[in-house]
Design a protein around this ligand. Structure first.
Ligand code: PLP
Length: 387
Protein backbone atom coordinates (compact mmCIF):
# COMPACT_ATOMS: atom_id res chain seq x y z
CA UNK A 1 0.00 0.00 0.00
CA UNK A 2 1.31 3.48 -0.87
CA UNK A 3 2.02 5.83 1.98
CA UNK A 4 -0.72 8.37 2.60
CA UNK A 5 0.27 12.00 3.20
CA UNK A 6 -2.37 13.89 5.16
CA UNK A 7 -0.25 16.75 6.47
CA UNK A 8 -0.86 19.44 3.86
CA UNK A 9 -1.29 22.17 6.47
CA UNK A 10 2.34 21.60 7.45
CA UNK A 11 3.58 21.72 3.88
CA UNK A 12 2.40 20.64 0.45
CA UNK A 13 4.25 18.66 -2.21
CA UNK A 14 5.95 20.81 -4.82
CA UNK A 15 3.77 20.96 -7.94
CA UNK A 16 5.49 19.41 -10.99
CA UNK A 17 4.95 22.47 -13.18
CA UNK A 18 6.35 24.70 -10.42
CA UNK A 19 9.36 22.43 -10.03
CA UNK A 20 9.98 22.53 -13.77
CA UNK A 21 9.90 26.33 -13.87
CA UNK A 22 12.06 26.58 -10.74
CA UNK A 23 14.73 24.30 -12.20
CA UNK A 24 14.80 26.10 -15.53
CA UNK A 25 15.03 29.49 -13.78
CA UNK A 26 17.86 28.16 -11.60
CA UNK A 27 19.81 27.61 -14.79
CA UNK A 28 18.67 30.79 -16.49
CA UNK A 29 18.86 33.31 -13.64
CA UNK A 30 22.42 33.34 -12.40
CA UNK A 31 22.83 37.06 -11.72
CA UNK A 32 22.25 39.24 -8.68
CA UNK A 33 19.00 41.11 -9.40
CA UNK A 34 20.59 44.36 -8.20
CA UNK A 35 23.45 44.12 -10.72
CA UNK A 36 23.28 46.27 -13.86
CA UNK A 37 24.71 43.73 -16.28
CA UNK A 38 22.62 41.42 -18.46
CA UNK A 39 22.54 38.52 -15.97
CA UNK A 40 21.40 40.85 -13.22
CA UNK A 41 18.79 42.44 -15.45
CA UNK A 42 17.40 39.01 -16.36
CA UNK A 43 16.98 38.13 -12.69
CA UNK A 44 15.39 41.54 -12.00
CA UNK A 45 12.98 41.07 -14.90
CA UNK A 46 11.95 37.66 -13.53
CA UNK A 47 11.18 39.19 -10.12
CA UNK A 48 9.26 42.06 -11.71
CA UNK A 49 7.20 39.60 -13.72
CA UNK A 50 6.55 37.43 -10.65
CA UNK A 51 5.38 40.51 -8.74
CA UNK A 52 3.10 41.52 -11.58
CA UNK A 53 1.52 38.08 -11.74
CA UNK A 54 1.06 37.77 -7.98
CA UNK A 55 -0.47 41.25 -7.85
CA UNK A 56 -2.90 40.48 -10.67
CA UNK A 57 -4.12 37.21 -9.21
CA UNK A 58 -4.38 38.55 -5.63
CA UNK A 59 -6.17 41.75 -6.71
CA UNK A 60 -3.57 44.21 -5.43
CA UNK A 61 -1.09 46.61 -7.02
CA UNK A 62 2.46 45.54 -7.82
CA UNK A 63 3.93 48.01 -5.32
CA UNK A 64 1.88 46.30 -2.61
CA UNK A 65 3.64 42.93 -3.02
CA UNK A 66 6.70 42.34 -0.81
CA UNK A 67 8.54 39.04 -1.23
CA UNK A 68 9.84 37.52 2.00
CA UNK A 69 11.25 34.17 3.12
CA UNK A 70 7.86 32.76 4.17
CA UNK A 71 4.79 33.16 6.34
CA UNK A 72 6.85 33.56 9.50
CA UNK A 73 8.82 36.48 8.14
CA UNK A 74 5.72 38.09 6.64
CA UNK A 75 4.03 37.96 10.05
CA UNK A 76 7.11 39.39 11.75
CA UNK A 77 7.36 42.22 9.24
CA UNK A 78 3.66 43.03 9.55
CA UNK A 79 3.72 43.14 13.35
CA UNK A 80 7.16 44.49 14.21
CA UNK A 81 7.08 46.77 11.18
CA UNK A 82 3.76 48.25 12.33
CA UNK A 83 4.39 48.62 16.05
CA UNK A 84 7.97 49.87 15.64
CA UNK A 85 6.46 53.02 14.19
CA UNK A 86 5.01 53.96 17.58
CA UNK A 87 6.59 54.06 20.99
CA UNK A 88 5.39 51.74 23.77
CA UNK A 89 2.77 51.57 25.24
CA UNK A 90 1.28 51.32 21.74
CA UNK A 91 -0.49 48.00 21.47
CA UNK A 92 -1.89 45.21 19.37
CA UNK A 93 -4.88 42.93 19.59
CA UNK A 94 -4.80 39.34 18.46
CA UNK A 95 -6.35 35.95 19.25
CA UNK A 96 -5.02 33.00 21.24
CA UNK A 97 -5.32 30.79 18.13
CA UNK A 98 -2.63 32.52 16.09
CA UNK A 99 0.45 30.81 14.68
CA UNK A 100 3.57 31.10 16.89
CA UNK A 101 5.08 33.51 14.36
CA UNK A 102 2.37 35.97 15.46
CA UNK A 103 2.10 35.04 19.14
CA UNK A 104 5.82 34.91 19.91
CA UNK A 105 6.46 38.10 17.98
CA UNK A 106 3.69 39.84 19.91
CA UNK A 107 5.05 38.52 23.21
CA UNK A 108 8.55 39.72 22.47
CA UNK A 109 7.14 43.19 21.82
CA UNK A 110 5.18 42.97 25.06
CA UNK A 111 8.45 42.35 26.88
CA UNK A 112 9.76 45.70 25.73
CA UNK A 113 6.65 47.59 26.80
CA UNK A 114 4.08 47.27 24.01
CA UNK A 115 0.59 46.25 25.07
CA UNK A 116 -0.84 42.91 24.02
CA UNK A 117 -4.58 42.34 24.15
CA UNK A 118 -6.34 39.06 23.37
CA UNK A 119 -9.83 38.66 21.92
CA UNK A 120 -11.72 35.63 23.19
CA UNK A 121 -12.65 32.65 21.04
CA UNK A 122 -15.51 30.25 21.68
CA UNK A 123 -15.28 26.46 22.07
CA UNK A 124 -15.15 26.02 18.29
CA UNK A 125 -12.45 28.62 17.83
CA UNK A 126 -14.67 31.41 16.51
CA UNK A 127 -13.88 35.07 17.07
CA UNK A 128 -16.69 37.57 17.33
CA UNK A 129 -16.13 40.47 14.94
CA UNK A 130 -18.14 42.99 17.01
CA UNK A 131 -16.32 42.03 20.19
CA UNK A 132 -12.97 42.48 18.42
CA UNK A 133 -13.94 45.94 17.16
CA UNK A 134 -15.22 47.03 20.59
CA UNK A 135 -12.11 45.76 22.34
CA UNK A 136 -9.82 47.36 19.75
CA UNK A 137 -11.59 50.70 20.21
CA UNK A 138 -11.61 50.53 24.01
CA UNK A 139 -7.96 49.51 24.23
CA UNK A 140 -6.90 51.96 21.50
CA UNK A 141 -4.59 49.47 19.82
CA UNK A 142 -2.54 50.36 16.75
CA UNK A 143 -2.76 46.90 15.16
CA UNK A 144 -5.26 44.04 15.00
CA UNK A 145 -3.87 40.69 13.79
CA UNK A 146 -6.31 37.85 13.15
CA UNK A 147 -5.58 34.73 11.14
CA UNK A 148 -7.80 33.97 8.13
CA UNK A 149 -7.92 30.25 8.88
CA UNK A 150 -6.41 28.23 11.68
CA UNK A 151 -3.77 25.66 10.78
CA UNK A 152 -4.69 23.21 13.55
CA UNK A 153 -8.49 23.10 13.57
CA UNK A 154 -9.41 24.82 10.31
CA UNK A 155 -11.76 27.44 11.75
CA UNK A 156 -12.16 30.40 9.38
CA UNK A 157 -12.43 33.97 10.68
CA UNK A 158 -15.22 36.36 9.65
CA UNK A 159 -12.76 38.62 7.82
CA UNK A 160 -15.23 40.92 6.06
CA UNK A 161 -17.12 41.50 9.33
CA UNK A 162 -13.86 42.12 11.17
CA UNK A 163 -12.83 44.65 8.53
CA UNK A 164 -16.28 46.34 8.76
CA UNK A 165 -16.18 46.48 12.54
CA UNK A 166 -12.73 48.06 12.56
CA UNK A 167 -13.73 50.55 9.85
CA UNK A 168 -16.58 51.72 12.10
CA UNK A 169 -13.97 52.93 14.59
CA UNK A 170 -13.28 55.82 12.18
CA UNK A 171 -10.26 57.85 13.25
CA UNK A 172 -9.47 55.26 15.91
CA UNK A 173 -9.33 52.45 13.35
CA UNK A 174 -6.22 50.31 13.91
CA UNK A 175 -4.48 48.73 10.97
CA UNK A 176 -5.67 45.21 10.16
CA UNK A 177 -3.26 42.33 9.55
CA UNK A 178 -4.50 38.97 8.29
CA UNK A 179 -2.34 35.85 8.35
CA UNK A 180 -3.86 34.15 5.30
CA UNK A 181 -1.24 31.41 4.98
CA UNK A 182 -3.82 28.61 5.33
CA UNK A 183 -6.61 30.30 3.37
CA UNK A 184 -4.92 30.89 0.03
CA UNK A 185 -6.07 28.43 -2.63
CA UNK A 186 -8.61 26.88 -0.28
CA UNK A 187 -11.28 29.53 0.12
CA UNK A 188 -12.01 32.82 -1.71
CA UNK A 189 -9.27 35.40 -1.25
CA UNK A 190 -10.39 39.06 -1.40
CA UNK A 191 -8.25 41.36 0.75
CA UNK A 192 -10.21 44.44 -0.36
CA UNK A 193 -13.45 42.95 1.02
CA UNK A 194 -11.67 42.29 4.31
CA UNK A 195 -10.38 45.89 4.36
CA UNK A 196 -7.06 44.34 5.33
CA UNK A 197 -3.97 46.51 5.33
CA UNK A 198 -1.47 43.68 5.60
CA UNK A 199 -1.82 40.07 4.46
CA UNK A 200 0.73 37.26 4.98
CA UNK A 201 1.16 34.32 2.60
CA UNK A 202 3.53 31.39 2.18
CA UNK A 203 4.34 29.60 -1.09
CA UNK A 204 5.02 26.13 0.33
CA UNK A 205 1.43 25.80 1.52
CA UNK A 206 0.22 25.93 -2.09
CA UNK A 207 2.62 23.64 -3.95
CA UNK A 208 5.36 26.27 -4.20
CA UNK A 209 8.94 26.26 -2.93
CA UNK A 210 9.84 26.40 0.73
CA UNK A 211 11.40 29.66 1.78
CA UNK A 212 9.29 32.15 -0.18
CA UNK A 213 6.49 34.23 1.27
CA UNK A 214 4.60 37.37 0.47
CA UNK A 215 3.45 40.27 2.57
CA UNK A 216 0.77 42.32 0.87
CA UNK A 217 1.01 45.87 2.16
CA UNK A 218 -2.21 47.34 0.79
CA UNK A 219 -2.32 51.07 0.26
CA UNK A 220 1.44 50.90 0.77
CA UNK A 221 0.91 50.75 4.52
CA UNK A 222 4.05 52.27 6.03
CA UNK A 223 6.26 49.72 7.77
CA UNK A 224 9.60 49.75 9.52
CA UNK A 225 11.89 47.12 7.96
CA UNK A 226 12.92 44.14 10.05
CA UNK A 227 15.85 43.22 7.79
CA UNK A 228 17.97 46.22 6.89
CA UNK A 229 20.79 46.37 4.39
CA UNK A 230 20.78 46.87 0.64
CA UNK A 231 17.20 48.16 0.55
CA UNK A 232 15.63 45.48 -1.66
CA UNK A 233 11.83 45.06 -1.77
CA UNK A 234 11.08 48.78 -1.47
CA UNK A 235 13.45 49.00 1.49
CA UNK A 236 11.20 46.67 3.51
CA UNK A 237 13.21 43.48 3.17
CA UNK A 238 16.90 43.73 2.45
CA UNK A 239 18.78 40.74 1.13
CA UNK A 240 19.57 39.47 -2.37
CA UNK A 241 16.32 38.16 -3.77
CA UNK A 242 16.02 34.45 -4.62
CA UNK A 243 14.80 35.11 -8.17
CA UNK A 244 14.30 31.47 -9.31
CA UNK A 245 12.30 30.57 -6.20
CA UNK A 246 10.26 33.78 -6.39
CA UNK A 247 9.34 33.00 -10.02
CA UNK A 248 8.31 29.48 -8.98
CA UNK A 249 6.32 30.82 -6.03
CA UNK A 250 4.43 33.22 -8.30
CA UNK A 251 3.36 30.31 -10.51
CA UNK A 252 2.22 28.31 -7.47
CA UNK A 253 0.16 31.25 -6.20
CA UNK A 254 -1.42 31.77 -9.63
CA UNK A 255 -2.35 28.10 -9.93
CA UNK A 256 -3.71 27.96 -6.38
CA UNK A 257 -6.02 30.90 -6.94
CA UNK A 258 -7.18 29.80 -10.39
CA UNK A 259 -7.94 26.25 -9.19
CA UNK A 260 -9.44 27.28 -5.86
CA UNK A 261 -13.08 26.46 -6.67
CA UNK A 262 -12.33 22.94 -7.90
CA UNK A 263 -9.98 22.37 -4.95
CA UNK A 264 -12.66 23.45 -2.51
CA UNK A 265 -15.21 21.14 -4.07
CA UNK A 266 -13.03 18.04 -4.53
CA UNK A 267 -10.98 18.25 -1.34
CA UNK A 268 -14.06 19.25 0.66
CA UNK A 269 -15.86 16.14 -0.53
CA UNK A 270 -12.96 13.83 0.40
CA UNK A 271 -12.58 15.51 3.81
CA UNK A 272 -16.27 14.97 4.56
CA UNK A 273 -15.96 11.34 3.47
CA UNK A 274 -12.99 10.84 5.74
CA UNK A 275 -14.83 12.33 8.69
CA UNK A 276 -17.94 10.27 8.09
CA UNK A 277 -15.87 7.06 7.99
CA UNK A 278 -14.08 8.04 11.21
CA UNK A 279 -17.36 8.95 12.87
CA UNK A 280 -18.94 5.63 12.03
CA UNK A 281 -15.90 3.56 13.08
CA UNK A 282 -15.13 5.55 16.22
CA UNK A 283 -18.39 6.71 17.76
CA UNK A 284 -16.54 8.40 20.61
CA UNK A 285 -14.26 10.44 18.31
CA UNK A 286 -14.84 14.18 18.49
CA UNK A 287 -14.25 16.64 15.67
CA UNK A 288 -12.71 19.88 16.95
CA UNK A 289 -13.58 23.28 15.52
CA UNK A 290 -16.85 24.10 13.73
CA UNK A 291 -19.14 21.24 12.61
CA UNK A 292 -18.17 19.42 9.43
CA UNK A 293 -20.69 21.23 7.21
CA UNK A 294 -20.12 24.68 8.68
CA UNK A 295 -19.24 27.41 6.19
CA UNK A 296 -16.48 28.70 8.44
CA UNK A 297 -14.19 25.73 8.25
CA UNK A 298 -11.35 24.94 5.84
CA UNK A 299 -12.35 22.32 3.27
CA UNK A 300 -9.27 20.16 3.96
CA UNK A 301 -8.71 20.05 7.73
CA UNK A 302 -9.88 17.62 10.41
CA UNK A 303 -8.64 17.66 13.99
CA UNK A 304 -9.99 14.67 15.84
CA UNK A 305 -9.90 13.67 19.50
CA UNK A 306 -9.88 9.95 20.07
CA UNK A 307 -10.60 9.69 23.79
CA UNK A 308 -7.81 8.05 25.77
CA UNK A 309 -5.33 8.21 22.88
CA UNK A 310 -2.25 10.46 23.07
CA UNK A 311 -1.80 12.40 19.83
CA UNK A 312 1.95 12.31 19.47
CA UNK A 313 2.29 8.57 20.20
CA UNK A 314 -0.53 7.97 17.74
CA UNK A 315 1.22 10.02 15.05
CA UNK A 316 4.35 7.90 15.47
CA UNK A 317 2.31 4.68 15.23
CA UNK A 318 0.45 5.89 12.16
CA UNK A 319 3.72 6.90 10.53
CA UNK A 320 5.07 3.37 10.91
CA UNK A 321 1.83 2.07 9.43
CA UNK A 322 2.14 4.42 6.42
CA UNK A 323 -0.07 7.41 7.30
CA UNK A 324 1.59 10.80 7.73
CA UNK A 325 -0.42 13.14 9.91
CA UNK A 326 0.33 15.45 12.80
CA UNK A 327 -0.57 16.23 16.36
CA UNK A 328 -1.07 19.92 16.93
CA UNK A 329 0.94 22.07 14.57
CA UNK A 330 4.03 20.70 12.87
CA UNK A 331 5.95 23.82 13.78
CA UNK A 332 5.59 22.91 17.45
CA UNK A 333 6.26 19.22 17.03
CA UNK A 334 9.21 17.90 18.92
CA UNK A 335 8.02 19.78 21.97
CA UNK A 336 5.83 17.96 24.45
CA UNK A 337 3.61 20.92 25.14
CA UNK A 338 -0.12 20.73 24.74
CA UNK A 339 -1.46 22.59 21.71
CA UNK A 340 -2.08 26.26 22.56
CA UNK A 341 -4.94 26.21 20.07
CA UNK A 342 -6.73 23.31 21.74
CA UNK A 343 -6.14 24.84 25.17
CA UNK A 344 -7.74 28.07 23.90
CA UNK A 345 -10.85 26.07 22.94
CA UNK A 346 -11.16 25.18 26.63
CA UNK A 347 -9.79 21.63 26.43
CA UNK A 348 -7.87 20.26 29.41
CA UNK A 349 -4.12 19.55 29.13
CA UNK A 350 -4.54 15.84 28.37
CA UNK A 351 -7.11 16.46 25.62
CA UNK A 352 -5.00 19.30 24.22
CA UNK A 353 -2.26 16.71 23.68
CA UNK A 354 -4.63 14.23 22.09
CA UNK A 355 -5.75 15.92 18.85
CA UNK A 356 -4.86 14.21 15.59
CA UNK A 357 -4.71 16.59 12.63
CA UNK A 358 -5.47 15.19 9.21
CA UNK A 359 -5.08 17.75 6.43
CA UNK A 360 -5.82 16.82 2.83
CA UNK A 361 -4.50 18.36 -0.37
CA UNK A 362 -5.01 18.59 -4.10
CA UNK A 363 -3.26 15.25 -4.69
CA UNK A 364 -5.34 13.35 -2.15
CA UNK A 365 -7.59 10.75 -3.81
CA UNK A 366 -10.41 8.43 -2.64
CA UNK A 367 -7.95 5.57 -2.35
CA UNK A 368 -5.89 7.64 0.10
CA UNK A 369 -8.97 8.26 2.22
CA UNK A 370 -9.82 4.58 2.11
CA UNK A 371 -6.27 3.58 3.09
CA UNK A 372 -6.12 6.21 5.83
CA UNK A 373 -9.31 4.89 7.41
CA UNK A 374 -7.95 1.37 7.23
CA UNK A 375 -4.75 2.42 9.01
CA UNK A 376 -6.69 4.34 11.67
CA UNK A 377 -8.91 1.33 12.27
CA UNK A 378 -5.88 -0.92 12.82
CA UNK A 379 -4.05 1.51 15.07
CA UNK A 380 -6.68 3.07 17.29
CA UNK A 381 -8.65 0.93 19.68
CA UNK A 382 -12.30 1.84 19.27
CA UNK A 383 -12.78 1.45 23.02
CA UNK A 384 -9.48 2.37 24.64
CA UNK A 385 -8.65 0.63 27.90
CA UNK A 386 -9.22 2.70 31.04
CA UNK A 387 -6.01 3.99 32.53
N1 PLP B 1 0.89 31.15 9.64
C1 PLP B 1 0.18 30.02 9.62
C2 PLP B 1 -1.29 30.06 9.88
C3 PLP B 1 0.81 28.80 9.35
O1 PLP B 1 0.10 27.66 9.32
C4 PLP B 1 2.21 28.79 9.11
C5 PLP B 1 2.93 27.51 8.88
O2 PLP B 1 2.51 26.47 9.34
C6 PLP B 1 2.90 30.01 9.13
C7 PLP B 1 2.21 31.17 9.40
C8 PLP B 1 4.37 30.07 8.86
O3 PLP B 1 4.67 29.95 7.51
P1 PLP B 1 6.13 29.51 7.02
O4 PLP B 1 6.25 28.04 7.26
O5 PLP B 1 6.17 29.86 5.57
O6 PLP B 1 7.10 30.31 7.81
Amino acid sequence: MNRVYLDHNATTPLRPEVRELWLSELDALGGNPSAVHASGRRARAAIDEARERVAAVLEVREEEVVFTSGGTESNNLAIVGSLAQSEPPAGMLTTPLEHPSVLETARSLEEVGYRLVFAEVDGEGRVDADAVAKLAGRERVELVSVMAANNEIGVVSPLAELGEGLARLGAKRPRFHVDAVQLLGRLPFHPAEWQADLVSLSAHKVGGPLGVGVLLARGNTPLAPVLTGGGQEYGLRSGTENAPAIAAAALAVELAVSERASYEEAVGQLTRELWSAIESDFPRARLLGPPIDARDRLPNTLNVLFPGVEGRALVARLDIAGLEASAGSACASGSLEASHVLLALGLDEASARAGLRLSLGRNTCSQDVHNAVDILRKNIPSRPARR
